[in-house]
Design a protein around this ligand. Sequence first.
Ligand code: ZN
Length: 199
Amino acid sequence: MPGNTCVRCGTVMSPHDVVSVASGDGAFRSLCSRCFNTEMAHLAELHAFEHPEFTPVRLADADGVVHEFYFRSLLFGDQLSLEAFELAPGEEDCVGFRFQLLGEPQSDPFELLGNLVQKVKRALTVRHLVEHAGNLEVAGTTVRGRIEWDSGQDSGESGRLPRVVIDGRRVDWTDFGAMLMAFEGWQFRIELVDPSDEA
Ligand SMILES: [Zn+2]
């Protein structure tokens, strides 16, 4: 089990900053994102690469609720990935909204950040679920969200069914199914979209 201390620089990392890297012998090493990027830049011979670090940004959604987004940038050889995600206090997992953009390794990280923040803002203006008499309902006829591993399922069943995150909130698969019953007899279309694309 990879630990929370970076094997390269010794930094004790917050869980979302841990990158598990497979070694040749099949073992995993834990690296912080900075050390991961340094190694990747070396391997990809990107000598001018500088690891960008961004402070969290607070953005309000359509209901005026403020969400705090943390950022992580990872260099994947020919692409620079920038992620924005929410963290809940005391939780190891990233919960809530999560967004990703891919850019060229040589691209200006601040330009990438600007584009990602615009993407986050666009997503935050849309509400797909509404609360009605204490129950969540589908607001319109389109639902956008993210498919997640559901560790809350009974042992043995874990991972068999997804949990979805809609409007930044977790919805169990059965609850999502119950919401869809408002549309009994309707047709549906499911389109799966890469995390870095716009849903
Ligand atoms: Zn490190």
